[in-house]
Design a protein. Structure first.
Length: 207
């Protein structure tokens, strides 16, 4: 194992992952955890900078996110089969056209499988604007029936990893349902605790 690069958005997620890393792994320096910022552009830049600095065998986008009702519940750990930019493209009178539809690139990256029975597996959507209505949640699920959750960074990490030819994965801990924005329903503490649990699974699975 050359090393694993784990990219989160914010410091709280990075700290949650660090807490779950075995002491031997921290001492060896085989795993680098960095908070790259919120949104696909920020984490793409941060991921590219780390990959330019030293080689890694795997890159994992990790953080909290929303889970689609019926596919995941709060506290679940989600693992991507595919990482999809769900709102990158063009809106037309006939509906949404993705980058693939437009011929400008791809919105979809295949993710490598992080072993573990605890994960809920499916597509993870990257959005630039977090879903805040039932209507948009239904629209996304209709467009991406295999989706289990959404967040704002996975696609950016995947783009940078692909540029360097490094396999990518995405792991999300569910802090809230995808749909109407109700902060009283958020369980960020539970989701961060699940990330701490995920840290050991990621390292063990890729070692």
């Amino acid at each position: 194992m050359t090393g694993i690069l784990i990219v989160t958005a914010v410091e709280a997620e990075r700290e949650a992952i660090e807490r779950g890393l075995p002491a031997s792994v921290r001492a060896a320096g085989d795993v680098v955890v960095t908070a790259g910022g919120v949104g696909a552009a920020a984490v793409a830049a941060a991921t590219a900078a780390e990959l330019a600095r030293r080689p890694f065998s795997h890159v994992v986008s990790v953080g909290i996110g929303g889970g689609f009702t019926g596919a995941a519940k709060i506290g679940d750990l989600l693992a991507a089969d595919r990482i999809i930019a769900a709102d990158l493209g063009a809106q037309t009178g006939d509906g949404f056209l993705s980058l693939d539809d437009l011929g400008f690139g791809t919105c979809v990256y295949e993710a490598f499988r992080v072993p573990g029975e605890v994960f809920v597996r499916g597509d993870l959507l990257t959005v630039n604007t977090a879903t805040g209505t039932a209507e948009r949640a239904d629209l996304l699920r209709a467009r991406h029936p295999a989706a289990v959750g959404e967040a704002m960074e996975g696609y950016g990490v995947a783009v940078a990893a692909a540029r360097f030819g490094v396999p990518v994965a995405e792991i999300r801990a569910v802090s809230n349902p995808v749909g109407p924005r109700d902060r009283t329903a958020w369980r960020i503490g539970e989701a961060l605790a699940a990330l701490t649990e995920a840290a050991g699974l990621i390292v063990e699975g890729l070692s």
